[in-house]
Design a protein around this ligand. Structure first.
Ligand SMILES: [Zn+2]
Length: 232
């Protein structure tokens, strides 16, 4: 559930989050630190791609309309909205660690610069590849916040990408009863062959509440490396 509607700013109470002091001034023009945030918000609000402003701890301070729309159609960052931590929206430790490294790399430098990862945001019907581009909001040479833009770089019928398995929960429930699903590609681990992960649309549409979301070996290999434009 979103804490705020889009277009609003998260205004943390002093000492209640990792937000930078400048964030609380983001709607005003009285301090030099506030100006980069104001400019970033104006730029993000005008974007067609889902985009948000974060503090250096990954707390969402602003999200544009496209960000919320994407979350509603099974993409983006689900139910974590303004005031929430971006990392809390990521099921699967591999993708969480990758986004954590991405935020640290862009925010803390040395020499803050943009970097990205590409992840999957699949639905029962669509196979989507989405690039998460994180850029620093600079005050002088120092990063005081981050912008994140999600860009859909490929969207295909899921059957063109994965061999789809029509099965039920009972077919995939292991002996311990806990279904294991990749939070990135949404494939489900096969109970009889733990090395095999299958795309089962019914389990993507309605995973049980106690599903354990992990990051499958393929997604770790394909999607969890952070890249910057001038990486060799
Ligand atoms: Zn996966």
């Amino acid at each position: 559930m979103f804490l705020r509607t889009s277009g609003q700013l998260h205004v943390p109470r002093p000492g209640t989050s990792g937000a930078q002091p400048g964030v609380r001034m983001a709607g005003r023009s009285s301090t030099p630190r506030s100006r980069p945030f104001t400019a970033a918000i104006h730029e993000l609000a005008a974007r067609a791609d889902p985009a948000a402003l974060l503090d250096l701890e990954g707390v969402i301070l602003f999200e544009n309309d496209a960000w919320e729309r994407f979350a509603r159609v099974g993409g983006g960052f689900g139910e974590v909205g303004v005031g929430g931590r971006l990392l809390d929206a990521l099921p699967g430790e591999g993708e969480r660690e990758a986004v954590c490294r991405l935020i640290a790399r862009v925010g803390r430098g040395p020499g803050p610069r943009a970097a990205s990862i590409t992840v999957e945001r699949n639905t029962p019907d669509l196979a989507r590849l989405v690039t998460l581009l994180v850029s620093p909001v600079l005050s002088g040479n120092e990063a005081i916040g981050l912008t994140i833009v999600q860009r859909i770089v490929r969207e295909l019928p899921v059957r063109e990408v994965y061999q789809v398995v029509e099965a039920t929960l009972e077919d995939y429930r292991p002996e311990d009863g806990v279904l294991r699903q990749c939070g990135c590609c949404r494939r489900t681990r096969h109970p009889a062959d733990p090395a095999e992960w299958d795309f089962v649309p019914a389990l993507v549409a309605a995973p049980p509440a106690d599903t354990a979301f992990e990051t499958c070996p393929l997604c770790r290999e394909l999607h969890c490396a952070v890249t910057a434009p001038d990486d060799r």
